[in-house]
Design a binder for this molecule. Structure first.
Ligand SMILES: [Zn+2]
Length: 130
Protein backbone atom coordinates (compact mmCIF):
# COMPACT_ATOMS: atom_id res chain seq x y z
CA UNK A 1 0.00 0.00 0.00
CA UNK A 2 1.19 3.47 -0.86
CA UNK A 3 1.53 5.91 2.06
CA UNK A 4 0.72 9.00 -0.01
CA UNK A 5 -2.41 7.46 -1.48
CA UNK A 6 -3.81 6.54 1.94
CA UNK A 7 -3.13 10.03 3.32
CA UNK A 8 -4.73 11.74 0.33
CA UNK A 9 -7.80 9.49 0.57
CA UNK A 10 -8.09 10.39 4.27
CA UNK A 11 -8.00 14.13 3.54
CA UNK A 12 -4.60 14.83 5.08
CA UNK A 13 -2.99 18.12 3.97
CA UNK A 14 -0.14 16.53 2.01
CA UNK A 15 1.52 19.86 1.23
CA UNK A 16 1.87 20.75 4.91
CA UNK A 17 3.21 17.27 5.62
CA UNK A 18 5.72 17.48 2.76
CA UNK A 19 7.19 20.60 4.32
CA UNK A 20 7.68 18.81 7.62
CA UNK A 21 9.30 15.66 6.24
CA UNK A 22 11.32 17.13 3.36
CA UNK A 23 12.93 15.54 1.30
CA UNK A 24 10.71 12.48 1.87
CA UNK A 25 7.73 12.24 -0.49
CA UNK A 26 4.81 10.25 0.95
CA UNK A 27 3.88 8.87 -2.48
CA UNK A 28 7.31 7.24 -2.68
CA UNK A 29 6.94 5.35 0.59
CA UNK A 30 5.25 1.95 0.78
CA UNK A 31 3.65 0.14 3.67
CA UNK A 32 4.18 -3.54 4.28
CA UNK A 33 2.27 -5.88 6.49
CA UNK A 34 4.32 -6.90 9.53
CA UNK A 35 4.89 -10.62 10.02
CA UNK A 36 3.75 -12.41 13.19
CA UNK A 37 7.41 -12.94 14.17
CA UNK A 38 8.16 -9.25 13.76
CA UNK A 39 5.21 -8.29 15.95
CA UNK A 40 6.28 -10.77 18.62
CA UNK A 41 9.66 -9.02 18.77
CA UNK A 42 7.95 -5.59 18.99
CA UNK A 43 5.89 -6.58 21.99
CA UNK A 44 2.44 -5.27 22.93
CA UNK A 45 1.28 -1.77 22.04
CA UNK A 46 3.51 -1.23 19.02
CA UNK A 47 1.62 -1.01 15.72
CA UNK A 48 4.34 -0.09 13.27
CA UNK A 49 8.07 0.10 12.76
CA UNK A 50 10.08 1.99 10.20
CA UNK A 51 13.30 0.57 8.82
CA UNK A 52 14.91 3.07 6.47
CA UNK A 53 12.26 3.51 3.73
CA UNK A 54 10.01 0.63 4.70
CA UNK A 55 7.12 1.00 7.10
CA UNK A 56 5.97 -2.30 8.57
CA UNK A 57 2.46 -2.12 9.98
CA UNK A 58 0.40 -4.49 12.12
CA UNK A 59 -2.12 -5.98 9.60
CA UNK A 60 -4.98 -5.10 11.97
CA UNK A 61 -4.00 -1.41 11.85
CA UNK A 62 -3.47 -1.65 8.08
CA UNK A 63 -7.04 -2.84 7.62
CA UNK A 64 -8.58 -0.79 10.41
CA UNK A 65 -9.83 2.78 10.77
CA UNK A 66 -8.32 4.99 8.05
CA UNK A 67 -8.06 8.16 10.16
CA UNK A 68 -6.05 6.29 12.80
CA UNK A 69 -3.94 4.63 10.14
CA UNK A 70 -3.20 8.04 8.61
CA UNK A 71 -1.90 9.40 11.93
CA UNK A 72 0.24 6.30 12.33
CA UNK A 73 1.63 6.79 8.81
CA UNK A 74 2.45 10.45 9.52
CA UNK A 75 4.34 9.39 12.66
CA UNK A 76 6.28 6.76 10.74
CA UNK A 77 7.05 9.15 7.85
CA UNK A 78 8.84 11.38 10.38
CA UNK A 79 10.99 8.35 11.20
CA UNK A 80 11.63 7.79 7.47
CA UNK A 81 12.92 11.36 7.32
CA UNK A 82 15.06 10.81 10.45
CA UNK A 83 16.58 7.66 8.90
CA UNK A 84 17.28 9.69 5.75
CA UNK A 85 18.83 12.59 7.70
CA UNK A 86 20.98 10.51 10.05
CA UNK A 87 21.82 7.45 7.96
CA UNK A 88 21.44 3.88 9.14
CA UNK A 89 24.19 3.90 11.75
CA UNK A 90 23.41 7.43 12.88
CA UNK A 91 19.73 6.65 13.38
CA UNK A 92 20.27 3.35 15.17
CA UNK A 93 23.03 4.61 17.44
CA UNK A 94 21.06 7.67 18.46
CA UNK A 95 17.74 5.87 18.88
CA UNK A 96 19.12 2.91 20.81
CA UNK A 97 21.62 5.05 22.73
CA UNK A 98 18.87 7.37 23.97
CA UNK A 99 16.67 4.42 24.88
CA UNK A 100 19.45 2.65 26.79
CA UNK A 101 20.42 5.86 28.57
CA UNK A 102 16.85 6.16 29.83
CA UNK A 103 16.88 2.57 31.05
CA UNK A 104 20.22 3.10 32.77
CA UNK A 105 18.74 6.14 34.50
CA UNK A 106 16.00 3.94 35.90
CA UNK A 107 13.11 4.59 33.49
CA UNK A 108 10.71 1.76 32.64
CA UNK A 109 10.71 0.34 29.10
CA UNK A 110 7.70 2.46 28.16
CA UNK A 111 8.94 5.68 29.78
CA UNK A 112 12.36 5.26 28.20
CA UNK A 113 10.78 4.67 24.79
CA UNK A 114 8.53 7.73 25.21
CA UNK A 115 11.54 9.89 26.18
CA UNK A 116 13.57 9.11 23.03
CA UNK A 117 13.95 12.53 21.31
CA UNK A 118 13.35 10.98 17.85
CA UNK A 119 10.03 9.64 19.17
CA UNK A 120 9.13 12.98 20.76
CA UNK A 121 9.65 14.70 17.41
CA UNK A 122 7.53 12.10 15.58
CA UNK A 123 4.70 12.46 18.12
CA UNK A 124 4.93 16.25 17.99
CA UNK A 125 4.61 16.45 14.19
CA UNK A 126 1.90 13.77 14.20
CA UNK A 127 -0.13 15.82 16.70
CA UNK A 128 -0.35 18.72 14.20
CA UNK A 129 -2.64 16.55 12.07
CA UNK A 130 -4.99 15.43 14.86
ZN1 LIG B 1 7.85 6.28 16.63
Amino acid sequence: MNAGRILTASGVDIDELRGLIHPIRPEQVWLRSASPLMMRIWGPGIQAMTVARWIFVDPRALNGDRARLSLLIIHELVHVRQWSDLGVLGFLSRYLGDYLRGRRDGLSHRDSYMAIPLEIEARHLQSRFQ
